[in-house]
Design a protein around this ligand. Sequence first.
Ligand SMILES: [Zn+2]
Length: 349
Amino acid sequence: MTGSLVAGVDIGGTKAAALVVDEAGETRGRAVEPMAGRSATGIEPIVAAVRAALEAAGAGDGDLGAIGVGVPGRIDSVAGTVSLATNLGWHELPLARLIRNEFGVPCGVANDVGLAASGLIGHEIVRGARSLAYVAVGTGIGAGLVLDGRLHQGDRGLAGEIGHAIADPDGAVCRCGQRGCVETVASGPFIARRAAAALAAALATGTPPDAHPLLTSGPPITAKTVYEAAAAGDTIALAIAHEAGRTLAHAIEALMLTCDLELVLLGGGVAGAGPPFLEPITAELDRARSASALVALMIPPGSVRVLPEQFDAVARGGVALARRLIRTDPPNPLHGDTEEEVVARASWT
Ligand SMILES: [Zn+2]
C-alpha cells in the first residue's frame, strides 16, 4: 500500500544506518552506507541508505510515508535544521527540507540520543518505564532523557551532556576544552589512547610483549580490541576497562540520583562490547548499593542495562518520529499552517 512504510535513520560520524518498518511495527529492511565521500550537504549517504533499506523491504519510494532522522548535534527540530553537528561539519543545514525534497514525504530531524530515548518509551524492552535515559557510549558520550514520558531537551536543547561532566579535574584535555571529562576516560577514542599509552609504558619497563593479548589484536588499538583483550585477561586492558566502567557508573549514578530514573539503557559502539563493557559498571554500582541504602533504593539491580547490539535505538526513535508525522493532520492553509509547522507540532508530543 502506498505510503505504508516509515524509515528511521541513524546518522553517525562514519555511517548512516536506515531502518524501514511497516504499519505492524515489523522491520522490513535495513541498510548502512558510509558517510565518507559525501558532499557538503551530506545527504547522499542518507538517501542511499533509505533507498537500500526500501529495496531490502521489496519496496520503493512510493511505499514510504515519512522519515525520522537522528543526528549527533544540536538540532532545531521545529525548523528541521541541524544547527551544529561538529563531527559531521554541518552548520545550519536544513536537513529535513533536503530529505523531504528528495522523497516527497514529511521528514523530522532530532538529536540522536534524544530521539533514541523518546523512541524507547512504549517499547516492550522498557517494560512500561516512563522516566529513562538512553546513554550512548561511542566516539562521544551523551544521554537522551525522558522524564515522566516526555523528552527533556533542556533550556538550550542540550540536556544530557554527561560526557562532559568532570571525572578527574587533573585528567586529559577533552575536545570540549575542559580537563578530565567522563569522555576522556570512557569514550572509544580515549579508551584506545589510554590503552596504547599504558601498553607502551609497560613494554618500556621490560614487560614481555606476549604477556599482552592487546598487542596481538592490534594495531591499531581500538576500544573494541581493548575490550576483547580484557575478555582474554590482558591486565592492561582490564585496568583500562575497569576505570572506564567505574567512571561511567559514577556518571550514571549522578544522572539517576538527580532525575530519579527507572531505567538507564546503554547503547553506542563502545557499549556493543557487551559483558566486558557492562561488568565493571555493574561491579561499581553493586559496591555503591552495598554502601548506601539510598543508592540501593534509587538504582536497583537491573535498572542499568546494555541494549542488544542490533537494537538500533536511534533509528527506532526515527521510526517513532516518522509515525508521529504521519498521524499529524495535513497542513491547513486556513490556519496559516506551513508544512514546517505541522512537522514541529508532531515533534515530541
Ligand atoms: Zn569535555
